[in-house]
Write a protein that binds this ligand. Structure first.
Ligand SMILES: [Fe+2]
Length: 173
C-alpha cells in the first residue's frame, strides 16, 4: 500500500534511527578498542553509553505510539560502516585509523542530528509533545558529541615525518 501520511513517514524515519543506533553501538565499541589515546577512548565509551540510553528513549516513543520497536537496517549508517571497512584495507597506521575514526564519528553524528531534527519537526506537526521531548534529549547528546569530536580533531597531532623529510634531515647533518 502506498504511504500517504506524515504519521507513516514518521514511523519510517523512526525505524531508520532505531536501526542506526543499534549499528552505532557496535561501531562505537570498535572505535573505542582502536583508540590508544585514553581521552578519545573514554569519549567513544561514554557516547556508547549515551547511545544505549537513546535506544531506550526510542523504545519509549514506540510505547507512546502503541507499537513494538521495529528493527531493520539504516542504509545511511551502514554506508559509513562500509567505508570504514574499505579504509581498513588500506592498512592505515594506528594513529591514522584513530584520526579517521574521529572524522567518521562526526559524519555519523551529522547524519543523526539531521535525522533527529527531521523527526522532531514531524512530531511537532503531529502534536506529539512527549515524543518531541524524548527526541530533543537524543538530539542534544548528538550535538554535544559532535562538538567534542570537533575539539578532539583540532587538537589531534599526527606525526608528520615523511620519508623525504627523514632524508633531508640526514643530508643536513
Ligand atoms: Fe545516537
Amino acid at each position: 500500500m502506498a504511504m500517504q501520511t506524515i504519521e507513516e513517514l514518521f514511523e519510517h524515519e523512526l525505524k531508520d534511527m532505531y536501526s542506526a543506533e543499534q549499528s552505532l553501538l557496535e561501531a562505537l565499541e570498535q572505535m573505542a578498542d582502536e583508540s590508544s589515546d585514553r581521552e578519545i577512548r573514554k569519549g567513544f565509551t561514554q557516547h556508547r553509553k549515551e547511545t544505549q540510553a537513546q535506544i531506550k528513549r526510542l523504545e519509549k516513543i514506540y510505547k507512546v505510539l502503541g507499537q513494538k520497536p521495529a528493527t531493520g537496517t539504516c542504509p545511511g549508517i551502514e554506508g559509513l560502516i562500509k567505508e570504514k571497512k574499505a579504509f581498513l584495507r588500506e592498512k592505515p597506521s594506528g594513529e591514522l585509523l584513530e584520526f579517521y575514526n574521529i572524522g567518521a564519528a562526526q559524519k555519523a553524528e551529522r547524519y543523526e542530528i539531521t535525522a533527529y531534527e527531521t523527526l522532531i519537526d514531524m512530531a511537532e506537526k503531529l502534536g506529539m509533545g512527549d515524543v518531541v521531548e524524548l527526541l530533543e534529549q537524543n538530539l542534544q547528546e548528538e550535538e554535544m558529541t559532535l562538538n567534542r569530536l570537533k575539539a578532539i580533531a583540532s587538537e589531534f597531532d599526527v606525526a608528520e615525518e615523511t620519508d623525504d623529510e627523514m632524508a633531508e634531515d640526514r643530508v643536513s647533518k
